[in-house]
Write a protein of this length. Structure first.
Length: 139
């Protein structure tokens, strides 16, 4: 037991700023050092994509929006689409400090979920912390 404690004491603590690839600024905000790939919405119904997606502004002054995902098979019904699907509200990961609803990892996740389940998905782009502290954070 003492050997385990000594071994854990010799490991330096993880620097969360380095781990998340962010740098703190004197004013309390952060600089996001990493660039993550983003995917555009796929709203052209002529494209052979199994899921259509579109960005809808929520509050333009706050740069908040929602990306809606709709499985194509709903639109392909004849003579008119009548299928009602459940709505999933998806808040992307990133610890509320990094990434966005347009990040490729979350875009692809929502596309796959809309195909597999099927559901309509509203992936919300919210303001990130610590730049937008509560209660200003969110939408």
């Amino acid at each position: 037991m003492a050997d385990q404690m000594a071994a854990s004491d010799s490991n330096p603590a993880v620097d969360p700023y380095h781990h998340l690839q962010i740098a703190p600024n004197p004013d309390g905000t952060i600089t996001r050092l990493a660039e993550y790939p983003n995917s555009p919405p796929t709203c052209d119904s002529n494209l052979p994509t199994p899921v259509l997606s579109k960005d809808i502004p929520i509050n333009q002054s706050n740069n908040t929006w929602v990306r809606l995902f709709l499985p194509r098979h709903v639109l392909d019904q004849s003579p008119s689409p009548t299928t009602k699907l459940p709505l999933v509200v998806f808040c992307h990961g990133g610890g509320f400090i990094i990434l966005s609803a347009g990040s490729t990892i979350f875009h692809d996740f929502c596309v796959n979920l809309a195909i597999d389940v099927p559901v309509v998905i509203a992936s919300v782009q919210y303001r990130l912390a610590p730049d937008h502290r509560l209660p200003a954070g969110g939408l």
